[in-house]
Ligand binder design. Sequence first.
Ligand code: PEP
Length: 249
Amino acid sequence: LMARRPIVGGNWKCNPESMAKLDGLVENMNACDASKCDIYVCPSPLHVACVCSKVKAGINVCPQNCNFKGCGAYTGEVAVEQMKDLKIEWVLIGHSERREYFQESNDLLAEKMKLILDSGMKCVYAIGEKLPEREKGLESTMAVCIEQLEKVKGLLDPAKVVIAYEPVWAIGTGVTATAAQAQETHAEIRKWIAKNVSEECAAGIRIQYGGSANAKNAPELSACPDIDGFLVGGASLKPEFKDIVDAIS
Ligand code: PEP
């Protein structure tokens, strides 16, 4: 059985506010040791092309979203062909902010994932429950995760898809899931994939944790057997990002 290579992503969201500040953020990425894990950065769409030209080898640029169709009459969108032309290999979809503020449904996201994979690109797919579901317990937490996985389960190829488990209540709040909570949920997700896709897929697919990950909590979280790295928001805007990469065990 092949070990799962850890993967750490930095999601800059709609930051920084100026080109002047972009170089400093790129430096944070280029300071990372990319020898023991995969690393990607998700710049805002306006900055993607510039960041592509500035990141070192081993740092992958991964746009935060893509169009559900190819090029053409889709005002405001970015197509996967345009990304491929920039040698981009990864796309993030399903971030909770896309689901919440832009009404992206599981159906739409399944369509996007199919398009990404059909185009030969790889996909980070974010899922996760909100606070009321977490408060009701693991079963209702898993019900949300399963609903978000159901329509993409036929597409879950470990070589092409990474799942980012990001409890919404932990995103940008400073409240991190405990290592026990995160590990339990990751293990349940893997169990569901084993049952509903295949044992092989479950064993191979990487599941990142996201939600207020930082240099302090990363060592304990990354030591959990079913946590294969992080998707980092706030801390990816700081030099601390490289310490999260270094914490990968
Ligand atoms: C995210 O945006 O995916 C995220 C996990 O943000 P933060 O690390 O700030 O909680």
